[in-house]
Design a protein around this ligand. Structure first.
Ligand code: DGL
Length: 268
């Protein structure tokens, strides 16, 4: 048993969609989350830059004595997880492996679409993961760089719905029965995806599987917290705290949500 916190990172508020699932699955666990909002979007950056930024967030989480780290960011998982896992002894859990597995298990007609950032799509991270599970699955990939800024700005539902509709327009007539929300921001506007696609398409949120996988790994490695642990949850952002708090309390349904500001080079 181990009552140290789980660390989670993302480029922004999107990772809170993973925090939510982790808290639901493992209510005894403490967490520390860092959103690198000062450097969002990661999805338009080079691999070297994403590795560099992710490494700094990992360094901060390690200073908080975390026992395991979840990359609650598909882009960081695709670009930096393999490199950084070689540098630290704590286990890293990414979101793409879980999302790929869930997609392969969900599709009935072996036809899956993936929406994600430019980086994740151009490196075919999901296509490789899904076809590793089942080479016969057709995977249609679509970059959706317009959505993350809207979510970070807390754009209203109608604006998000229009953006989702125009994003999906190029693939809407295709026969996929499963759509992977391949960026941790997108589950925060899942309702708009559901409204656009209707009930014939199943939406895959990798975080559902990530929470289960993390629980399995922690049980295997004796890392679960004790049942009497009184969990604490710390949130940090390198960006605007007021905005982060507004979004955080909305997405986690917690009016008391409070993040702290981090300054790169000073605090970590
Ligand atoms: N939330 C990140 C992801 O899952 C992407 C946002 C960004 O482009 O920084 O890929």
């Amino acid at each position: 048993m181990n009552n140290r916190p789980i660390g989670l990172l993302d480029s922004g508020v999107g990772g809170l969609s993973v925090v939510k699932k982790v808290l639901q699955k493992m209510p005894h666990e403490s967490t520390v989350f860092i959103g690198d909002n000062a450097n969002i979007p990661y999805g338009d950056k080079s691999q070297a830059d994403i590795i560099d930024l992710t490494r700094q967030s990992v360094k901060f989480l390690l200073s908080k004595n975390v026992k395991l780290i979840i990359f609650a960011c598909n882009t960081a998982t695709a670009a930096a997880m393999a490199t950084i896992q070689r540098e630290i002894s704590q286990q890293i859990v990414g979101v793409i492996q879980s999302g790929g597995l869930l997609a392969a298990q969900t599709t009935q007609n072996k036809n899956v679409a993936v929406v994600a950032t430019n980086y994740t799509i151009s490196h075919h991270a999901y296509q490789q993961e899904i076809n590793f599970r089942d080479p016969e699955i057709k995977v249609t990939e679509l970059a959706a760089p317009k959505l993350v800024p809207l979510i970070e700005q807390d754009a209203n539902e109608a604006t998000c719905l229009e953006a989702v509709k125009s994003t999906l327009a190029p693939i809407i007539t295709q026969k996929f029965d499963t759509l992977v929300l391949g960026c941790t921001h997108y589950p925060l506007i899942k309702a708009q995806f559901a409204q656009t696609l209707g009930d014939k398409v199943r939406l895959v949120d990798p975080a559902d599987q990530v929470a289960q996988y993390t629980a399995n790994v922690m049980e295997r490695d004796g890392l679960l917290s004790t049942a009497d642990n009184r969990p604490t949850h710390e949130y940090y952002t390198t960006g605007d705290v007021a905005m982060f708090n507004e979004l955080g309390s909305k997405f986690l349904n917690d009016p008391a949500f409070k993040a702290q500001h981090l300054i790169k080079g000073e605090d970590y």
